[in-house]
Design a protein around this ligand. Structure first.
Ligand SMILES: Nc1ncnc2c1ncn2[C@@H]1O[C@H](COP(=O)(O)OP(=O)(O)OP(=O)(O)O)[C@@H](O)[C@H]1O
Ligand SMILES: Nc1ncnc2c1ncn2[C@@H]1O[C@H](COP(=O)(O)OP(=O)(O)OP(=O)(O)O)[C@@H](O)[C@H]1O
Ligand SMILES: [Mg+2]
Ligand SMILES: [Mg+2]
Lengths: 227, 227
């Protein structure tokens, strides 16, 4: 499904260059459950943004479902991003002027789903994250953890084959975190690919493989013996 | 220092009313180290925003350093907020158009500190959170955890007597979290008041008192036996 070949990502800041990724080689097959860990600033979000076709590498090869992402036209990338990938951003990225229901319906509008089906599926997704009673609230009318759960519902509403979640439980208490991870476990058990960035060991423990980044490089890549 | 007497906070949403706080009684003395925990949506951020004079209660009495906050003029509130209180927001609230150094200098500009002293103190604060090498980066040129640490440096730069930190380690790995908590421990050991919202037990363990909210009410308030 996902293949990184010597992926480098660097940012130019005036005369300096910041190396966010320094040559990452990584292959993730369909149906895998992978946790990505590593210190703050080690390149986790950069890796996820490239995986989700939201950013392009400075050099190296990214191959998604057999296609070289660099060679794909924008429409083809947008279609893959929309149908195949559900993305939970570290900063949520909710639209401030829309309420929770409209935010969750957004991917369904892009996918051209009819209005009454859209509403039903969006409400079901909000219910699955425990927020049926907040569907009419705008982002600034919800708590930090509630906004995070709206972002999770939006990523799941289109039943994507690949879930990319960047610190999905960073603002959640342990019970709510466990509920969210149970959702991800279920999605994985149906044969989908789940990739979760986290800094909490008990969250990473749900995955079957743990990849650790350090300073823009893969530091270790081990199988989780007892999930 | 801080006294809540039957504090209620409710929001009107069309015909309904959402009760964020339903009559909270809480007293925190100078020099205390308190952790606030509770499920997502239980009222923790609402409590902190009222404590930091960033929001006003719907009813009840908030008394800060012996003054009724409701009776204070805006300038007096702003002066207390600026000199006495260092606030770390759950959503960071960094100014996007400024770099890390300028964001951290902001409280010093309000306090009327001279330019060269401002720069020196802001650099020292950024160094104390491990970000001396990111001082020229704007928020969108930093990782989630780095932005969180800039927000912490900004809250500490004015050496406030009261620290209010809302999930300060939500986006940080365990090593970086430990470094940040060591900073808070040090500030507390100098006689300042530290109040930290967290959902992680090992973070709450640094405090000497743990207050748990549930559905807008104080559910339990216990002394931490073995910090
Ligand atoms: N502007 C608003 N309008 C309506 N409801 C609001 C508003 N702001 C907050 N709320 C509601 O008030 C309740 C308390 O919110 P608060 O942000 O204090 O929760 P919290 O304990 O900090 O949660 P979290 O752990 O998710 O950050 C929530 O149920 C939220 O939906
Ligand atoms: N637009 C940019 N310009 C310059 N440097 C950047 C930019 N975006 C990210 N960086 C740098 O790239 C590095 C990797 O960032 P990334 O967001 O991938 O880290 P992360 O592992 O997700 O960290 P965190 O756990 O704090 O979220 C960081 O050191 C960051 O400062
Ligand atoms: Mg990140
Ligand atoms: Mg909160």
């Amino acid at each position: 499904v996902i293949e990184f070949k010597s992926i480098v990502k660097s940012y130019t800041m005036g005369l300096q260059a910041v190396q966010a990724l320094r040559g990452v080689n990584l292959t993730i097959k369909r149906g895998e459950y992978v946790a990505i860990m590593g210190p703050s600033g080690s390149g986790k979000s950069t890796l996820m943004n490239i995986m989700g076709c939201l950013d392009t590498p400075t050099s190296g090869d990214y191959i998604l479902n057999g296609h070289h992402a660099a060679g794909m036209a924008d429409e083809a990338l947008a279609a893959i991003r929309n149908r195949e990938i559900g993305f939970v951003f570290q900063t949520f990225n909710l639209l401030q002027q829309y309420n929770a229901l409209d935010n969750v319906m957004l991917p369904l509008i892009y996918a051209g789903i009819a209005k009454d089906i859209r509403r039903e599926r969006a409400l079901a997704a909000l219910t699955s994250v425990g927020l049926a009673d907040r569907f009419s609230h705008k982002p600034n009318e919800m708590s930090g953890g509630q906004r995070q759960r709206v972002a999770i519902a939006r990523a799941l509403v289109n039943n994507p084959a690949i879930i990319l979640a960047d610190e999905p439980t960073g603002n959640l208490d342990s019970k709510t975190s466990a509920d969210i991870m149970a959702l991800f476990d279920e999605i994985w058990s149906k044969g989908n690919t789940v990739i979760v960035v986290t800094h909490e060991d008990d969250i990473a423990h749900h995955a079957r493989r743990i990849v650790r980044l350090h300073d823009g490089m893969v530091f270790s890549d081990i199988v989780n013996e007892n999930p």
